[in-house]
Design a protein around this ligand. Structure first.
Ligand code: MRU
Length: 342
């Protein structure tokens, strides 16, 4: 398995996801500022992976800070928190590190050790959680099915194994024959560049389509189910995920195809009631006016470039978590989960 993110000799290593699948290169980070820049620039991306990177970035920052940990911690947290606004796992990881900071801040050498340990725990736990999501979710799939996915919710978007692709991996491991159809996922091409790369390495059959082909394939009866990851899930089950997910959910609904979401409980934002409260990241205009560093529109062209959209809960057939599969009536289900995690 390729390491998505790794703590090594007090440095943070990440595979550079911007250049996959053309080249497999790793970037070494010695400071929290470098980690923050890599989150912002999408060297690492995907909600759970961003959470792990945030925790490691904070640990790295504290490890390299002097004895005035209070001042350093605030600056580190502010920098890490301002990288990407939508994936709630980042803020969840920051909160976890904040709790630890409050417990050990009066003993800086111990604090440094505890922060590194906590970041490594978050990393390790994420893989275990994904395997549970996979095992829980695979029961929804039958051998012989063709499953459409959007963006990359695989090993590369997590500490390993993946959420949506983790469910596919678990189904295959349980002896089911599954074929995947991957949306290329303009503008950043996570589907074409990352999902296809990952599945091919695991010998899971995959066919790539451009985003505008999904409806046609559904109308021809080629797609049996859709499964995607999530960046933030609201209290009522509304799901923020990669831009284009909402369109796929509407298409699936029209064609009576189940639309599943796979995500860890840390992706549920218990503090918000609906998807309207989810901040949607706007990214640079060049992602739309250019393709693979080649201009495809005049430079003065104005664009919209929201990186995520919100799929309303009524279009979601089930939300697969490590605890259980949630079915419609999400408000009550999520309320019950909340009590478990308080
Ligand atoms: O902009 P990205 O690549 O970070 O967006 C990633 C997604 O939208 C994923 O589908 C989501 O984070 C779930 S990853 C398990």
């Amino acid at each position: 398995m390729y390491p998505v993110i790794e703590w090594k000799n007090d440095k943070v290593l990440m595979i550079d996801q911007r250049i996959l699948p053309l080249r497999e290169e790793f970037i070494e980070h010695s400071t929290y500022e470098e980690v923050a820049k890599s989150i912002k620039d999408m060297v690492i991306r995907g909600a759970p992976a961003i959470g792990v990177a945030a925790a490691m970035g904070i640990a790295l920052g504290i490890l390299k800070s002097g004895d005035n940990v209070e001042e350093a911690f605030k600056k580190i947290v502010d920098t890490i928190s301002s990288t990407r606004p939508t994936a709630v796992n980042l803020f969840w990881a920051v909160e976890r590190m904040k709790k630890l900071f409050a417990m050990f801040k009066d003993d800086p050498p111990l604090l440094k050790q505890k922060m590194v340990e906590e970041a490594l725990t978050i990393d390790r736990e994420d893989v275990e959680i994904n395997k549970k999501i996979g095992q829980n979710g695979q029961v929804l799939f039958k051998s012989g099915q063709t499953v459409l996915t959007h963006c990359n919710a695989g090993a590369l978007a997590t500490a390993g194994y993946g959420t949506a692709l983790g469910v596919i991996r678990a189904a295959v491991a349980n002896g089911k024959k599954i074929e995947v159809v991957a949306d290329e996922t303009r503008p950043y091409l996570q589907g074409a560049r990352l999902t296809v790369w990952e599945l091919q390495r695991d010998n899971i059959p995959v066919k790539l389509i451009t985003d505008n082909m999904a409806g046609h394939l559904m109308s021809k009866g080629i797609i049996d189910a859709v499964i995607v990851g999530a960046d933030r899930i609201a209290g009522n089950g509304d799901v923020a995920n990669k831009i284009g997910t909402y369109s796929v959910a509407i298409l699936a609904d029209y064609h009576n195809i189940p639309f599943y979401v796979a995500a860890p409980v840390s992706t549920i934002d218990f503090s918000i009631e609906t998807g309207k409260e989810i901040p949607i990241e706007e990214r640079s205009k060049e992602e739309v006016t250019n393709f693979m560093n080649q201009r495809t529109a005049r430079p003065e062209t104005e664009v919209y470039n929201p990186a995520f959209d919100v799929t309303p809960h009524h279009l979601v057939a089930a939300i697969i978590t490590e605890e259980k599969i949630l079915y419609p009536g999400y408000k009550d289900e999520i309320e019950k989960l909340k009590t478990l995690f308080e």
